[in-house]
Design a protein around this ligand. Structure first.
Ligand code: SF4
Length: 310
């Protein structure tokens, strides 16, 4: 359930908590770095048998081991708010630590009974809003049948009303899909309508190996135009700075390189071979690809990573 800490582009060092099995999600986003959703659902339930005393003990140990944590983050192998135990876990973290609690959510069930109540003990909630209308929501996020754009906006408005912490929005900008200026003006009107409660808007790009092969990065000039249209709260998310890379991450990186020297391996197999969470592996693979240390080939729609011979 715990993983990391991972070094993230926006949140620094973050201790991850994964509350759903791979890959339980309300969405099946075309850019998802985890691959296709295998259990697309809006059903909220326990999903895992969590012993709360064990959770607390492990949490205290992890915090002691990582004195440099910037956030404790609910994220992972799908949509964390689907786990109906999330509010108890937020309470346990708040009882034991002052480290800010972050929930990363697709925003696809904020309109659903009880979801906001269960996460309102967090300090920061980052909600994805990749589509400015229902047609693009279906195209980009491929949601469950129960979800639609209007429900999501009503959920966001309820969050703004009921939650006293910070709310950030994230828009994944995809070339040829939602990077046109009409979409940018639609986003602008939606965000203006949501009001002052939205503190930041992150414009993200799919820098990691993503689900569908047709995903393309937007041109930098277009990203800048969209940012200018959205105004001063909008920020383009740059690559992570690895200056803060710590010894533990260097060790994991070496283990991954050693594994990939032997044979090409898929992302999930890297994670299971080394006993890591997929999210830890994704961040390190992203770094190694960016540095040209490793490469990948595609076989039957699966990416296999390898270390080229020197
Ligand atoms: S909401 Fe997140 S985990 Fe779910 S499919 Fe989209 S990107 Fe993947």
């Amino acid at each position: 359930m715990f993983y990391g800490p991972v070094l993230s582009r926006r949140f620094g060092y973050s201790l991850g908590i994964d509350l759903v099995p791979f890959k339980v999600c309300i969405y099946d986003c075309i850019y998802c770095q985890l691959g296709r959703t295998t259990n697309k659902t809006i059903e909220r339930k326990k999903y895992m048998d969590i012993d709360f005393e064990d959770f607390e003990t492990e949490l205290i140990k992890r915090i002691k081991d990582c004195p440099y944590l910037d956030y404790i983050t609910f994220s992972g192998s799908g949509e964390p708010t689907l786990n109906s135990d999330i509010s108890k876990l937020v309470d346990i973290i708040k009882k034991n630590s002052d480290i800010p609690v972050l929930v990363l959510t697709s925003g696809g069930n904020l309109w659903f009974d009880g979801v906001i109540d269960d996460i309102k003990g967090a300090d920061l909630i980052k909600v994805s809003l990749d589509a400015p209308d229902n047609q693009l929501l279906k195209k980009i996020n491929r949601p469950c049948g129960e979800v639609n754009f209007d429900k999501n906006i009503s959920g966001l408005k309820k969050l703004l009303n009921d939650f006293s912490g910070d709310i950030w929005l994230e828009i994944m900008i995809l070339e040829g899909i939602n990077d046109d200026l009409d979409s940018a003006y639609m986003f602008k009107h939606i965000i203006e309508d949501l009001g002052e409660g939205i503190k930041k808007i992150h414009l993200n790009t799919s820098v990691r190996p993503s689900g569908e092969s047709y995903i393309r990065l937007p041109k930098p000039e277009r990203l800048k135009e969209i940012k200018d249209i959205l105004g001063s709260k909008a920020k383009i998310i740059r690559k992570v700075s690895y200056k803060k890379y710590n010894r533990e991450l260097v060790k994991i990186e070496k283990e991954i390189i050693e594994l990939l020297k032997r044979r090409p391996v898929g992302m999930r197999d890297i994670a299971s071979s080394l006993g890591l969470n997929l999210n830890e592996v994704i961040k390190i693979i992203d770094k190694l690809l960016g540095e040209g240390e490793i490469k990948y080939s595609i076989n039957e729609n699966m990416k296999y990573y390898f270390k080229p011979k020197e």
